[in-house]
Design a protein. Sequence first.
Length: 690
Amino acid sequence: MSSTASAAAIRRDVAELIRPPRRIRASQAAAEVMKVVGGDGTVRDWSPEATPYMVEPLDCMGSRRYDAVIFVGPARTGKTNALVDGYVAYKIDCDPGDGLIIQISEDKAREFSKKRIDRMLQNSPRLIPRLSPRGHDNNVHDKTFRAGNYLGIKWPSKNVMASSDYQFVLITDFDRLGDDIDGEGDPFTLASKRTQTFGSTGMTLAESSPGREITDPDWERPADQPHMAPPTTGILDWYNHGDRRRLYWQCPESSCRRWFQPIKEHFNQASKRVCCSHCGAEVDPKLKRALNLAGRWVPEGCELTVEGELVGTPRQTRIASFWMEGPAAAFQSWTSLAEKLARAEETYALTGSQETLKTVINTDWGRPYKHRRSDVQRSSQRLMDRAEQVERRTVPLGVRFLTATVDVQGGKDRRFVVQVHGTGVNREKWIVDRFNIREDKGPNNDQEPRQISPATQPEDWDLLTRDVLKRSYRLSDGSGRRMPILAVAVDTGGEGEGEESVTSQAYEWFRRLRTDGLQGRAYLLKGGSSKTTNRVRKTWPDNTSRKSRKSRARGDVPLYILGTDLLKDAVAAMMDRDNPGAGYMHVPAWLGRWWYDELTYEVRDPATGKWSKPGKKANEAFDLCAYDLALGIILGVEKINWAAPPPWADEWERNLLVFDPDSDARPEEPKYKQPAAAKKRRRKVAKPRI
């Protein structure tokens, strides 16, 4: 095959290089040249009528009046398809220039390239010929075209966002990116710097559903700024820097015809319909498409007359910013919106966790989340005022099973801090016991006391087996029967850095439990980073390949990583409830003021969502309650059908763990077993050729 190019190929390439830009709107170009490939492989033209609210934002991206476009909206709006895919198609066909797409991670960048960009190019007859025919010009993360323009599909890093210049940078899922990229600054500012060289032809896009909490729960929108977003970080903060356009519909009632926003405040959860904010008329869901087609984006400072004339003075800025909410999303039904919100509210009521609710508000409704707090300030005195007069170390009526959580304390006050919790129907909680293990006096409590040191003495951990795991408590019904501890959760953090660290001792203790067949009742926990999005995540730590084996992790011991802030949110919600029932925490009067202070000492920063201690006072009670919620998640307590619970969570008369100490019959071992460790893959060694 000849290595020289043909005359026709040379003419084609030169023609691409000298081809002048096509002066048409970006939305028109996308409709003409871009094909959309569905998940089932179907190919169709991109239609502005399917998502008519995306036309104006896309056209602003193709306008030299703006340096940037910010788009905030829920899932299922078609925003990425229009603003990223559509704009790329426009630039390839009409106005070639170097560009960069930023995805949240390398894996997501690879997926976006293969599933979106490659499929769009391959199925768009006007676009595929623009691609460079040279194989080395194109790979998953880099695309080069005949006109010489380049498209990168990358992820946020210093090398990507603080180096080369691009005519356009498009950032997707903006609120799922960090606020600081490798110490260089926030992603939007970095992206804007990359396009600054190109002057008025440069364009920066950030699109996302909101993902950050409102930083000031008491904030109220100023009357003269009706489009202003609440104070928060991320995409909505940048929206506030722009001209703040909101989507409006015109009331279909002939007697009204005034314009209103299709937002959560104007949605009737009971009837599952949007209502006009002026006349209160409910809108038929069948009119949603027509209302979107006739919908208008209105910037801050302007309003629409009944005749549809835009009057007023918009904010003067070179950032065009748009924000729409779930009721207008083309591919999300109002019934679905209402049902998702109802299910999330139910989850919050049962578990105290706000994460599902936050996700629904963010991704389905397109709104920032306002953390829910009690109207009554959390205080130790308020909790003491509702404390119940119960006998210490007895199982209150209503408790179905007992769990224990353990915190490891180091330094001068070396000890295990143990708290025993009772759980009833729908996660109703009781504090049954609280004690410290500071010394060992032998199995019969008759030996000379020995100071324990959990970081250095393996035998101290066996005290958890003897004095916690095998502990039982008398039922409060006077029958003399007892209930054993179902499961124990231990925090593996503690003092020590070397081979004798707390974590190493915890792993070795778990291995000894496995020898005795008790590993199914013990769980090792560790607090995750502040960015942890799961309440509980199971891992199998293994550092055998490293030279430094500080924690002696061999991949055989399960370790549960906790989203501590999320769990503490749920504990705080339990403390805020005043009426016994689902998710209520019963507190006993026999505990001193010190315990109530531990429970309420930490404070939550509304800006970061993190719980922290303002000083150096103790907070063990709060931590241990959070560990208990994590243990309940691990045991599947939230999924129990209380009409037919498992034997270990049944009423006392049918509970297989309840036993009479004067009888020869002993309780059955709880039917909970830790899964076996994942098998390690063996490296295949190639056989030598003979």
